[in-house]
Write a protein that binds this ligand. Structure first.
Ligand code: PMP
Length: 356
């Protein structure tokens, strides 16, 4: 039976990418060696890294005004690394609190400078994206979480201001085109739309980085990784390689506008069914609904386990919701085929027929 992976992360990757990655684990090209055992200084790996950087730039439409870095430590390390580098002791950064990951970013930044939480949706269990708050023009940066993996909300538009954005895009990177001129730093753990766990992408605006706030330990300084093209120490070669393969797949499938179109289509199929079906209700404010993580609840709580079982029987795995929302969460990242979403919708329909 075909399995459809709806887990939030580590998450689904394109089948072709995994097939090629598997091949390269046995033998990389015709080298007679596995990708897992070759030096990060080898010609092959240097080329992989250069290719990953240039595909990232090409897909996002950015040039030499940005540095593309492949780092370790997950998005969680970017919470403090971005603030440590960019927020001076006497400077103020704005944060928008849209869920558990933003809250963690806020906690880390507090250690380095003044943190002003401009708005929060905690009053309604983070079920919406705050709007209409003031953004002081003298902020060093404004931190946002573009997509809230746990709560299923997503910024459809980024805040309108001249303040550079630092953005945690872990769960919607490469899902849609972005106006990169707004961003000082865009970072993402790879393990949703990009590759396996183990590498973190950070895209850093060079002018913004010139306003670095302090000296940091060597490994935590963005400039260290800029100067050494992400190979100051041994980089996570295999996750970078798989990310490069995914970037090639994105390019071959219409780039970011192609992704955005497919993602909108898939999400509409699922949200339309949630709104139609008498057994389920959505949790996020309609205008802020995420195209990546679709959260919904059973109207009758007693149906939770039974529905998850029906999903599993149909090959849909990973549909259980996060404990802070409950119910169900279908993560439908770039690599989720439309058939996966249609299969889930069929399960929802037959669940209604059986129980209504
Ligand atoms: N930010 C967001 C939006 C996330 O979804 C996650 C992981 N699910 C993280 C940060 C943390 O990422 P990591 O595990 O790579 O530290």
């Amino acid at each position: 039976m075909t399995k459809y992976n709806f887990f939030a992360g580590p998450a689904i990757l394109p089948k072709q990418v995994m097939a090629k990655a598997a091949e390269s684990v046995i033998e990389m090209g015709d080298m007679g060696l596995s990708i897992l055992e070759i030096s990060h200084r080898s010609k092959e790996v240097v080329e992989i890294m250069e290719n990953a950087v240039s595909l990232t730039k090409e897909l996002l439409g950015i040039g030499d005004d940005f540095e593309v870095l492949f780092l370790s430590g997950g998005a969680s390390s970017q919470f403090y690394m971005s603030a440590m580098n960019m927020l001076g002791e006497n400077e103020t950064a704005g944060y928008v609190d849209t869920g558990a990951w933003s809250t963690k970013a806020i906690k880390e930044a507090n250690a380095f400078g003044n943190v002003q939480v401009l708005s929060s949706s905690s009053d309604k269990n983070f079920s919406y994206i705050p709007k209409g708050y003031d953004i002081p023009s003298d902020l060093k940066y404004l931190h946002v979480t573009s997509n809230n993996t746990i709560f299923g909300t997503q910024f459809q538009d980024f805040p309108d201001s001249q303040v550079p954005l630092i953005c945690d895009a872990s769960s919607d990177i490469f899902s849609r085109p972005l106006d990169m001129s707004k961003f000082g730093i865009l970072y993402a753990g790879a393990q949703k739309n990009l590759g396996p766990a183990g590498v973190t992408l950070a895209i850093v605006n060079k002018e913004f980085l010139k306003k670095q706030a302090r000296e940091t330990p060597t490994m935590l300084d963005y400039n260290t990784h800029v100067k050494k093209a992400s190979a100051f120490n041994t980089p996570p070669v295999f996750p970078i390689y798989v990310s490069m393969l995914t970037l090639e797949w994105i390019k071959a499938n219409g780039g970011l506008s192609g992704m955005a179109q497919r993602n909108a289509e898939k999400a509409k199929i699922l949200y339309d069914e949630i709104d139609r079906n008498s057994m389920f209700k959505g949790t996020a404010a309609a205008e802020d609904r995420s195209l990546m993580n679709v959260c919904f609840l059973p109207v009758n709580e007693d149906h939770t386990a039974a529905f998850i079982e029906k999903c599993a029987e149909a090959g849909c795995v990973g549909v259980k919701g996060h404990r802070s929302v409950g119910g169900f969460r279908a993560s439908i990242y770039n690599a989720m085929p439309k058939e996966g979403v249609e299969t889930l919708v069929e399960v929802m329909k037959s669940f209604e027929s059986a129980h209504a």
